[in-house]
Write a protein that binds this ligand. Structure first.
Ligand SMILES: NC(=O)N[C@@H](CC(=O)O)C(=O)O
Ligand SMILES: [Zn+2]
Ligand SMILES: [Zn+2]
Length: 425
């Protein structure tokens, strides 16, 4: 195992220091360290962050390996500064058995670029009819703790209650895709002025807010943990604020795209901007940014949703919803939040690691801590070229945009997965 000496680097925005990485851990920190056996990396001008943790990633394996594999998605994650990702269950077959979650977990180990933590489905086949084998998935080698039917809402309140009750025994979490399906039938974009002008069927904010309101009440009643996926409206923020004030065990995420983009993008009719929940309004974006700063929204999660060309480059109405996120998330966060390194570390690493129970992640680089970290060059700017992304898919909404920040290196348990901005394998 090679040792690495990163010199003159700012750890989470603090005054520059040296970091010695050896035997999988941060062995030493301090100014003027020497380690003759170590490979030296000049960290001047760079910021070291705890490796980013994504609570919401779609890896598409098994079933749609043409759009993404565990390996290609892991590489995209490492290049984005991530050391751990939670893989959503809407694969084919669905990750609703111990067998499938163990398969995804093993593929992640074999790729060895990030820790891949599978999420299990709540219901069999994501059909919303009966509970999947939650206990068997929790007891499996994948040790599943987060369950989600993401892509679909667990709309039946009785099933949602049962799921919350079931996972309480092992302190599990239900991660809800909050969308009342009866209110979004045929929906193509956010319901508002722009949808009226374009004549596209709208996805009203209340379809999200009504489910969040119901679920925080159910979580309170049962005393279980609820996580709300991709919060997208100002009204959802108010529901969450109220629930948190009451002490409900609820956490919430916002995606980079909901922090930056709005429904006016639909005017292009370019399906790269079609996503669930849909891009909302300026007022929603402002409310989401404030909620993230305040902590009403706990984390940024990418909802990295790769789609093959034929599923995206077609008419808006036929295109699948979803956009890439792993390779651009840190840049968007830097653009939206500015160089608030402690806040970025909290919302993109420490808090998601805590929520997911990933004990060796989300820890600031310090002596004795597992060396899961990433080095960011905040002064660099880069122009996003879809063809250059490591993902197998090309559906980034940031094509040809110039964004701040570049991931220079990422370390997983002391081994580099990215060096000089390139994946090492
Ligand atoms: N976000 C999306 O628009 N799509 C996701 C599913 C989801 O996150 O709901 C997908 O799997 O493609
Ligand atoms: Zn979803
Ligand atoms: Zn998703």
């Amino acid at each position: 195992m090679t040792a690495y000496l990163i010199t003159n680097v700012s750890v989470v925005g603090a005054a520059p220091t040296d970091l010695l990485i050896r035997d999988g851990v941060v062995a030493e920190t301090g100014v003027g360290l020497s380690a003759p056996e170590a490979t030296v990396l000049d960290g001047t001008g760079l910021v070291a962050l705890p490796g980013l943790v994504d609570l919401h990633t779609h890896l598409r394996e098994p079933g749609r390996e043409d759009a993404e594999t565990v390996e290609s998605g892991s590489r995209a994650a490492a290049l984005g500064g991530y050391t751990a990702v939670c893989a959503m269950a809407n694969t084919s077959p669905v990750a609703d058995t111990a067998g499938v979650v163990e398969q995804v977990w093993r593929l992640g180990r074999e790729a060895g670029l990030v820790d891949v933590q599978p999420i299990g489905a709540v219901t069999v086949g994501l059909a919303g009819e009966r509970l999947a084998e939650l206990g068997a998935m929790a007891d499996s080698a994948a040790r599943v703790r987060i369950f989600s039917d993401d892509g679909h809402c667990v709309a039946d309140p009785k099933l949602m209650r049962r799921a919350l009750e079931y996972v309480k025994a092992f302190d599990g979490i239900i991660a809800q895709h909050a969308e009342e399906p009866r209110l979004t039938e045929g929906a193509q974009m956010h319901e508002g002025e722009v949808s009226t002008r374009l004549g596209l069927t709208g996805w009203p904010a209340v379809a999200e807010e009504a489910i969040i309101a119901r679920d925080v009440l159910l979580a309170e009643h049962v005393g279980s943990r609820l996580h709300v996926c991709h919060v997208s409206t100002a009204g959802s923020v108010e529901v969450l604020r109220h629930a948190k004030a009451r002490g409900v065990r609820v956490t919430a995420e916002v995606t980079p795209h909901h922090l930056l983009l709005t429904d006016v993008k639909a005017e292009t009719y370019d399906p790269v901007f079609k996503v669930n929940p849909p891009l909302r309004t300026d007022a929603d974006v402002a409310a989401l940014r404030a909620a993230l700063a305040e902590g009403v929204i706990d984390i940024v999660a990418t909802d990295h949703a790769p789609h093959a060309v034929e599923d995206k480059e077609c008419e808006w109405a036929y295109a699948r919803p979803g956009m890439l996120g792993l390779e651009t998330a840190l840049s968007i966060a830097l653009d939206v939040l500015g160089p608030q390194w402690d806040l970025i570390a909290e919302r993109m690493s420490r808090a998601p690691a805590r929520i997911a129970g990933l004990d060796s992640h989300g820890l600031d680089p310090a002596p004795g801590v597992p060396a899961n970290l990433t080095l960011v060059d905040p002064a660099a700017r880069r122009t996003i070229e879809p063809a250059e992304l490591a993902s197998r898919s090309r559906n980034t909404p940031y094509a040809r945009m110039t964004l701040p920040g570049r991931i220079v290196a990422t370390f997983l348990r002391g081994e580099p997965t990215v060096l000089d901005g390139k994946a090492v394998k």
